[in-house]
Design a protein around this ligand. Structure first.
Ligand SMILES: N[C@@H](CCC(=O)N[C@@H](CS)C(=O)NCC(=O)O)C(=O)O
Length: 246
């Protein structure tokens, strides 16, 4: 039995879902409640973040470690090139876009003016146990702002970082949204970049598609980045390469 411990709206968890789906591996999800998840994650893998994958007796935490584990354990439909130079480039980009996930998350939380739809998307999978789910909302809003360093200065720095990341995508694809970041086929680098930027670009079928709550200025910025080759590239990777379980 294979279990993915996750938060549905976490983009790092989305990255792991994409890896598993690409490999055609069956798995069940266990949606842990934000905050309380730490009891389980520490016990399982000695870490405080999700995703964590349990594959039979093996437990692996951290989306990059999970990706490398899956490549080693399930080599079909490889996401790492054979060529050593390309492989090194894929791993370096994977790491770069993995760090970008922190900036995307902080920037997005920094744009929210109205938390209702975010809280709904975050908590709708959990049963409303004795009203606990609703009672937790203010705690969670405060918690994510503290945990992810959502201050105006840091949000502004994150915005600059995420624009640099979009430039890097455009450089790697030569401005052509049909191309992959390295070589001629999908790799761990593409999945890291597309999934970790996805909450900004809300591709169809992702958990962020219905989240609203930002202002017109943020929407104008989003419209600009959507129109860029990197924005089109992210949507295209989702449309063409994001197989989902049926
Ligand atoms: N480097 C980690 C980052 C994962 C991560 O930041 N997960 C967040 C959700 S997006 C989390 O579990 N946060 C809860 C916490 O820190 O308590 C990975 O790639 O798995």
């Amino acid at each position: 039995m294979r279990t993915l411990y996750q938060f549905p709206i976490s983009h790092y968890c989305e990255k792991t879902r994409w890896h598993l789906d690409h490999k055609g591996l069956d798995y069940q999800v266990d949606d842990l409640f934000p905050g309380l998840h730490r009891l389980k994650s520490k016990r399982l893998a000695g870490i405080v973040t999700l995703p964590i994958l349990q594959d039979g007796a093996k437990v692996v935490g951290d989306s990059t470690d999970i990706a490398l584990y899956l490549e080693a354990q399930y080599p079909d439909r490889p996401l790492l090139p054979d060529d050593l130079a390309e492989r090194a480039e894929v791993l370096a980009l994977e790491e770069r876009f993995d760090r970008m996930g922190v900036h995307v998350r902080r920037w997005l939380y920094g744009q929210i003016r109205q938390w209702d739809s975010v809280m709904h998307a975050m908590l709708k999978v959990y049963r409303p146990l004795f009203g606990l789910r609703d009672l937790m909302k203010p705690v969670l809003i405060n918690g994510v702002q503290k945990l992810y360093g959502v201050t105006p200065e840091r949000v502004a720095k994150s915005q600059a970082e995420l624009l640099l990341g979009l430039e890097l995508i455009e450089e790697k694809i030569g401005g052509d949204p049909s191309r992959y970041l390295v070589g001629e086929r999908l790799s761990l680098a593409d999945i890291a970049a597309a999934s970790l930027y996805a909450p900004m670009f809300t591709p169809a079928g992702t958990p962020w598609a219905d989240i609203a709550g930002h202002d017109a200025q943020t929407q104008a910025f989003l419209d600009e980045v959507f129109a860029r080759p990197a924005g089109q590239w992210i949507l295209r990777r989702y449309a063409e390469d994001r197989q989902r379980r049926t």
